[in-house]
Design a protein around this ligand. Structure first.
Ligand code: PMP
Length: 361
């Protein structure tokens, strides 16, 4: 497919070409049904098979036991920011939140809007969120500790989980879900919008430990209670059928083509390593995150001469490299190199960066 661009968009972002082709082949007639997945009943056998496959593959990739439910919830990751405090911060309880930039800050704000008990247990706001903070003294009474495993805007990522003394972790993994193997045991809940590592936008994937369900109050509106999604297997109303179909194909690709999460992580490390090595060669490019906190998913950097950044973005696009402009709140350059961004795309970016440096040094 020669007209596919090298896509470094932060989200929605690149999907595996093979997955797009498989969707294309079945677009008008899925498995000989004469209908598109978009056109069929969510309660029919064909779609029930699709959602079950998506669930099963996610469970297998993470090695989840039956203690965990895999749910598909509308409203993206941002709705989870609001649902988490409703579902899990009880009367008089104070939840611990770790603040590492834009998305964690929004999660905290959603709990505060509801007048819920919130404590910021650690923050890297003192240095513009360029590092992962140390976490200590988590209250044993806290219902959960909320963290964002990968900070899409700032380009930082947790490489070791914080010690919460047994308090369940709730993690926003929107931008690094399914990018590496995970010991799920400390997590009460994991969630992420689909549109970076899993499929198109339109649903969030929520992985919920069963003991968390018991804590959910009975008084919540039906669609805002995780219990509904557990009891009705994400089918209380019409789920986002096509995104879930895409997730079933992306997770199949992760298992069957990529060879599982350990293999995916090795590729992701090579991709990020190539870019960080180039950035560190001299001071023409400057990484924005502390080295120990650098993300394998979003590589953020500036040019020493910031006035050259618009030219960098313009010329990269002209060279077939899209989506490199940094988030509007921070500027600079960001290369999002999620699972579906190939090593060949990263090599093309490295070549462009070397070339640009040579010409503008
Ligand atoms: N959390 C993180 C880490 C994100 O990167 C994003 C989107 N960029 C969100 C949450 C918000 O996701 P959504 O648009 O699905 O609400």
């Amino acid at each position: 497919m020669n007209d596919r661009i090298h896509n470094f968009s932060a989200g929605p972002s690149a999907l595996p070409t093979a997955v797009m082709q498989e969707m294309q082949e079945g677009l008008l007639s899925y498995r000989g049904s004469g209908m598109s997945v978009m056109e069929m009943s969510h309660r029919g056998d064909l779609f029930m098979g699709i959602i079950e496959e998506a669930r099963t593959r996610i469970k297998r990739l993470y090695g989840l036991s039956d203690d965990y439910e895999v749910l598909f919830v509308h409203g993206g990751a941002s709705l989870q920011f609001a649902m988490i405090p409703m579902n899990f911060i009880g009367e008089g309880q104070i939840a611990e939140y770790i603040e590492t930039g834009t998305w964690s800050t929004k999660a905290i704000a959603e709990a505060r809007i509801q007048n819920k008990g919130v404590r910021v247990a650690a923050s890297s706001g003192d240095r513009e969120f360029c590092y992962i903070p140390k976490v200590s003294d988590i209250s044993a009474d806290a219902p959960f500790v909320h963290m964002t495993t990968n900070n899409t805007v700032r380009g930082t990522q947790w490489h070791d989980l914080p010690d919460t003394g047994g308090v369940p972790l709730i993690a926003d993994m929107s931008s690094d879900i399914l990018s590496r193997p995970l010991d799920v045991s400390p997590f009460g809940m994991i969630y992420g919008g689909a549109q970076k590592n899993m499929g198109p936008s339109g649903t969030a994937v929520v992985i919920l430990r069963r003991d968390m369900v018991e804590k959910i109050p009975q008084t919540l509106p039906t669609m805002l209670s995780y219990r509904t999604y557990v009891d009705k297997e994400s089918m209380f109303n019409t789920p986002a059928t096509f995104p879930i179909y895409a997730i079933s194909l992306v997770t199949k690709w992760l298992e069957e083509t990529m060879g599982g999460l350990a293999a995916v992580e090795a590729v992701n490390k090579r991709k990020a390593g190539a870019l960080y090595t180039l950035i560190d060669e001299d001071d023409f490019y400057c990484g924005t995150a502390d080295k120990a906190s650098r993300s394998l998913m979003n590589v953020t950097f500036r040019l020493k001469d910031r006035e050259l950044e618009p030219l960098f973005v313009e010329q990269s696009l002209a060279s077939g490299l899209a989506g490199l402009k940094g988030h509007k709140s921070v500027g600079g350059i960001r290369a999002s190199i999620y699972n579906a961004v190939s090593e060949a795309s990263v090599a093309a970016l490295c070549e462009f960066m070397n070339d640009f440096r040579r010409k503008h040094r």
